[in-house]
Design a protein around this ligand. Structure first.
Ligand code: ZN
Length: 296
């Protein structure tokens, strides 16, 4: 029997760059930069797999002790690409997990497989990088952008940074990597999701989601200073410390909780498709951006 035709008809992507990720190493610190500034670093597959390759390169290089993730342009990350010309989530991917191709699959299977691979799977993979990772966040860290920051071991932000997960508006209980009750206390996590508004860097610091906050002018200097100090520690000690804390988080339910909520997340995608033929509940990139204006 031939495969049922996919309901998802999207135009071929038009990439604005061949380098959605920049990579450099200096003094034991690898810098990985999200490089789609024209689209506020919206994460398409092209970027996802380039980011994975950059992380792997940093892991393989014995001279790299610490990894810094940052963004080019005005913002750290606008989240998953749901509306740029380079949107390519419907294409087959060179998968990194033991999953079959999502691209030709019908109904809810398409999104379920795609997000296991590119969102939940990749984020878990990056969380397990055996070297310390630091997200250096300025401007927006929005929806899927939170996932990129949260999988890092530390988050250092500028005072103009802000954080938001607005997807409850789509009827979805948070982004795919459901670390909310670990990044925030359960009560603050509910507030964060129920309101779907911007959380300032200052507030994120107060509630423990961010390690340090510096002025925009000082952000780079201070972040690299912290990275340099970490880089002086022994590799194995850093790796074991990271494993130890991640392991304890998983014993506290981080991993199993995420599995359960991922199923709810996909129930919501499927429900949206049933009632509106749109997995995102009718929200496109502009509608989501508009929802964030005039709020603090
Ligand atoms: Zn999703």
């Amino acid at each position: 029997m031939s495969e049922q035709k996919n309901e998802n008809e999207f135009p071929d992507p038009v990439y604005e760059t061949d380098e959605p990720i920049l990579y450099s190493v200096k003094d034991g610190i690898a810098t990985i930069s999200l490089n789609r500034p024209r689209y506020n670093n919206a994460q398409n597959n092209q970027m996802t797999y380039a980011l994975d390759a950059a992380y792997f390169r940093a892991v393989e290089d014995d001279d790299v002790k610490v990894i810094i993730l940052r963004g080019e342009g005005k913002h750290f990350s606008a989240g998953h690409d749901i509306g740029t010309p380079g949107r390519d989530h419907h294409l087959s991917q060179d998968r990194k997990h033991m999953l079959y191709d999502h691209a030709n699959k019908p109904g809810a299977e398409f999104q379920y497989i795609k997000e296991q691979e590119a969102y939940l799977g990749m984020c878990r993979r990056w969380r397990e990088i055996p070297k310390p990772t630091i997200a250096m966040v300025h401007g927006a860290c929005f929806a899927g952008g939170l996932m990129l920051a949260w999988v890092c071991d530390m988050i250092i932000a500028s005072d103009d940074a802000f954080f938001s997960d607005p997807v409850v508006r789509m009827g979805i209980p948070g982004v795919e990597y459901f670390a909310h009750p670990f990044e925030l206390s359960p009560r603050i996590a509910k507030e964060f999701l129920f309101l779907g508004e911007r959380m300032s860097a200052e507030r994120a610091y107060e509630v423990g989601m961010v390690n340090r906050v510096f002025t925009r002018e000082k952000l780079e200097e201070e972040t690299y200073s912290i990275a340099e100090r970490i880089a002086k520690m022994p590799r194995l000690g850093l790796s074991l410390t990271k494993q130890a804390i991640n392991h304890v988080e998983d014993l506290q339910g981080k991993r199993t909780g995420m599995e359960a909520v991922f199923a709810m997340h996909h129930f919501a995608h499927a429900h949206n498709s049933l009632v509106s033929t749109d997995k995102l509940g009718g929200f496109d990139a502009k509608a989501m951006a508009d929802s964030q204006r005039d709020k603090s």
